[in-house]
Design a protein around this ligand. Structure first.
Ligand code: ASP
Ligand code: MG
Length: 398
């Protein structure tokens, strides 16, 4: 049997950790398993590499940046292979290219196009452990590309899709929780979570799994186990839970901090709104949570964006007030987005009303509210996040 495992950056941050993981892998191999192990860069290596380039220029060439960032994972694969071979375990490290991972799309945000799995099958006949660099592949031009931050999860799931249909992801938390335990210490671990819920949670702020990897797992029916590295605490299965007997309306609460909220009134109808979004998109401001209402030929518009894009936003707003002097702008830099997710919301009604009641009881003001088929999101003041999450957790027994 072949199993795909992935160890995140915080699990391979030191030589001691790499040694301990090698001991563990040796015990797995001893039971007759063949392993494909995907690793991330050690600790914060990717951030350090990125900041080296940023010391030279704000806009490094993306081809060269990919070459640089790929180095992080290559350091880990070689060290892990050295450790395994020193224990007598037949193991070999492989870059993305050597593992047959073909990519497409632009540098730093590439997508996996195909995996030439014959290469892997061939190597698995010779070795017990293949150690594959996460987050990287090779494009049609023969250049190294990376898959976007957090992309090692995608590498692991993609390998599982062609090799084993099952993927074990090891990280510093023991699975997927009803909410972030750092915000709400009594958060509970979920035994299972559906692909759809996990994608929604990743999109709405959960950091456990990169969103694209979950999308891929759903598409290729790969079951993912998320657990804590070298722990027997148990973990969470991400899988198709459509067959589950009972589905709770609400399974989790996700939080995004550092949200900037903007509201603009007295915008001339239609033309003004298009003008605003054009200026924002020219500056690549990442807009989220748009809502607008029209009244008496004027528009009232609200939206949010990440706080670290404030400078670009201000530029766009300054241009806008120059052309539309009648508009009034209100902004809040200390907002957070709290989202309630649950696949059961597809059928259950009344979740929104319970949430509004919860905010009323707590006296917590909220600003924007948006919904999707399986989630409801609120912007609130950052100082209210802990109280809001605790109240929601109590209400829905999370
Ligand atoms: N090392 C890369 C990052 O920090 C990829 C990963 O860890 O998944 O984003
Ligand atoms: Mg990660």
């Amino acid at each position: 049997m072949t199993t795909v495992l992935k160890f995140g950056g915080s699990s391979v941050a030191t030589i001691e950790q790499i040694q301990a993981i090698s001991d563990y892998l040796q015990t797995r191999v001893a039971t007759g398993e063949k392993l494909v192990v995907v690793v991330s860069a050690m600790g914060k290596t990717t951030d350090s590499l990125l900041s080296l380039a940023k010391q030279i220029t704000d806009r490094p060439m993306i081809r060269e940046l990919d070459r640089l960032l790929a180095v992080g994972e290559e350091q880990t694969i070689s060290l892990l292979s050295i450790a395994l071979n020193s224990r007598g375990v037949p193991a070999i490290s492989l870059t993305g290219q050597q593992a047959g991972i073909d990519t497409m799309g632009i540098h730093t945000k590439s997508k996996i196009k195909a995996i030439r799995k014959e290469v892997l099958h061939e190597k698995l006949r010779q070795y017990d452990v293949l150690i594959v660099a996460g987050f990287q592949g090779v494009n049609e031009a023969g250049d190294v590309t990376t898959l976007g931050r957090g992309g090692s999860d995608t590498t692991a799931v993609a390998l599982a899709a062609v090799l084993s249909q099952r993927c074990e992801i090891y990280t510093d938390v023991a699975g997927v929780y009803t909410t972030d335990p750092r915000i709400h210490p009594t958060a509970k671990r979920l035994d299972t979570v559906s692909y759809d819920e996990m994608m929604e949670m990743s999109a709405l702020g959960s950091k456990v799994m990169e969103m694209r990897s979950v999308e891929l797992a759903k598409k290729y029916d790969v079951n993912i186990f998320v657990g804590k590295t070298l722990s027997s605490e148990g973990g969470t299965w991400i899988m198709d839970t459509a067959q589950a007997m009972e589905q709770k309306a609400v399974t989790s609460v996700s939080v995004v901090k550092n949200v900037l909220s903007v509201s603009i009134k007295h915008i001339p109808h239609t033309a003004g709104v298009a003008d605003i979004f054009e200026r924002l998109s020219e500056r690549h401001v990442n807009i989220d949570m748009i809502s607008q209402t029209a009244f008496d030929g004027e528009v009232f518009l609200s939206f949010t964006c990440p706080l670290d894009e404030e400078a670009f936003l201000e530029e766009a707003l300054a241009e806008l007030t120059a052309t539309l002097p009648q508009i009034k702008i209100d902004r809040h830099t200390e907002h957070a987005k709290v989202s309630v997710v649950g696949i059961g919301m597809r059928d259950a009604t009344g979740v929104a009303s319970e949430l509004f009641a919860t905010f009323r009881e707590m006296g917590i003001p909220f600003y924007q509210v948006t919904t999707s088929e399986i989630s409801i999101s609120y912007t609130i003041q950052e100082q209210d996040v802990e109280a809001a999450v605790a109240a929601i957790a109590a209400r829905f027994n999370l």
